[in-house]
Design a protein around this ligand. Structure first.
Ligand SMILES: Nc1ncnc2c1ncn2[C@@H]1O[C@H](COP(=O)(O)OP(=O)(O)OP(=O)(O)O)[C@@H](O)[C@H]1O
Ligand SMILES: [Mg+2]
Length: 225
């Protein structure tokens, strides 16, 4: 997918300002930036949930996973029924395969969201999105609502899916440490604009924009993934 000169305005306020960004096939592009910088608005534009001006090339087949998996799963539907929703002709075997992709046991299909932990719910939300065979997965703060102890497991799942399925992904987080761990490339957003974009290592080791340096300074040092 290629985003070209995308702008989103809410009245007189410009939330996303002339953003150009490519998510190449099979790559994870991490989008980082402070609260209110326009990350979710860009994601919603890409998903067709908010009107924009500009151009999106190869933008069909986008599935989105949100921050709060409880809000995005129907509490009255079993896990199996939720996962089956994205499939055209769902079979129990398909549901089992999708649950397997996110490392959940098949017995979970009969359970309800309230019976699951936050991390499990987020895995179910990811499995449901994968069922639609998306060309691009947009993940907006998918670990932010999770307990720190399960965040790592969900991030490892994302990395595994990228390796296994060659998934293309726009991975959004305000947390640079999280983005750095999963992304091949990092785009830094500030006040509606992408101020820096490059391979993860380059952005982390030789940041060009002062704002990126500020973000990096706020992150505790991590071992290279
Ligand atoms: N529907 C809307 N109407 C008016 N303003 C909006 C709307 N949605 C978002 N905004 C504004 O657009 C700006 C960007 O919001 P957005 O949710 O995209 O930020 P974000 O980078 O995702 O922040 P966070 O890290 O807190 O999730 C904010 O100033 C927000 O108040
Ligand atoms: Mg947001």
């Amino acid at each position: 997918m290629i985003i070209k000169g995308l702008t989103v305005r809410f009245g007189a306020f410009t939330a996303v300002d002339d953003v150009t960004l490519e998510v190449p096939e099979g790559r994870i592009v991490g989008l980082v930036g402070e609260s209110g910088s326009g990350k979710s608005t860009l994601a919603r534009a890409v998903s067709g949930l908010v009107p924009y001006t500009g151009e999106i090339v190869d933008g069909d087949g986008v599935q989105m996973v949100f921050q709060d998996p409880y809000a995005s799963l129907n509490p009255r539907m079993t896990v199996g029924a939720s996962v089956a929703e994205g499939l055209r002709r769902p079979t129990p075997a398909d549901v089992e395969r999708l649950l397997g992709l996110v490392s959940l046991p098949p017995q979970l299909a009969a359970r309800y969201p309230r019976e699951l932990s936050g991390g499990m719910r987020q895995r179910v939300a990811i499995a449901r999105a994968l069922g639609a065979s998306p060309r691009l997965l947009v993940a907006d703060e998918i670990t932010s609502a999770l307990d720190v102890s399960v965040q790592g497991a969900v991030l490892n799942l994302v990395r595994g899916l990228r390796a296994e399925l060659g998934l293309s992904m726009l991975f959004i987080s305000h947390n640079l440490a999280v983005v750095r761990y999963v992304a091949d490339e990092i785009a830094v957003m500030r006040e509606g604009r992408v101020v820096e974009h490059g391979p993860t290592r380059q952005v982390v080791e030789t940041p060009v924009h002062p704002y990126t340096r500020e973000l990096l300074a706020a992150v505790p040092r991590l071992p290279a993934p």
